[in-house]
Design a binder for this molecule. Structure first.
Ligand code: HEC
Length: 134
């Protein structure tokens, strides 16, 4: 099996070269991992991009498309709602959509669009929407 060795050596070299190649720089204005609240900011970006049309920027259920929805999306910042749902339940609803968890199918499933990480980030962002109890 001597003949195989040079090939393995070449494969290793190629791998090493690839893993050393630098990732492209993040686009200007993108959040940096060093910043506090980095993941929440990423979650905010996901939310604004995919969710705000229906849920509104602050999750109040007043996105411009909300008025076409019946039932309308609830106020995600409502402390009573926030308390009732675990992170896992929120993530599950985001992944599987309304139809997947017994809610309206007007809430689309995002499990194929968003990565697991983005789902976690957007859940973190929704948690931050919680209004402080009066
Ligand atoms: C096309 C409109 C639309 C978009 C876009 C949308 N949603 Fe929704 N969402 C809804 C509607 C309508 C409901 C309410 C479903 C119900 O009460 O039966 C809902 C419900 C939810 C709920 C569950 C609330 C509860 O009562 O448990 C969560 C969490 C949620 N959406 C998160 C998101 C996130 C995160 C995104 C973006 C990744 C998103 N939604 C994008 C329409 C939308």
């Amino acid at each position: 099996m001597r003949a195989g060795r040079p090939l393995i050596a070449i494969a290793c070299l190629a791998l090493a070269a690839c893993s050393r190649a630098k990732a492209p720089p993040p686009p200007a204005g993108a959040p940096s991992p060093a910043e506090p609240g980095y993941e929440v900011r990423l979650g905010h970006d996901v939310f604004v991009h995919y969710c705000a049309t229906c849920h509104g920027d602050a999750g109040a259920g007043d996105g411009f498309n909300a008025y076409n929805l019946d039932p309308r999306p609830r106020d995600l910042s409502d402390p009573a709602f926030q308390k009732k749902k675990t992170d896992a339940e929120l993530a599950d609803t985001v992944r599987r959509g309304g139809a997947g968890v017994g809610l309206s199918n007007l809430m689309p499933p995002w499990g194929k669009t968003l990565s697991e990480r983005q789902v976690d980030e957007v859940v973190l962002y929704m948690r931050g929407l919680r209004k402080s109890a009066p």
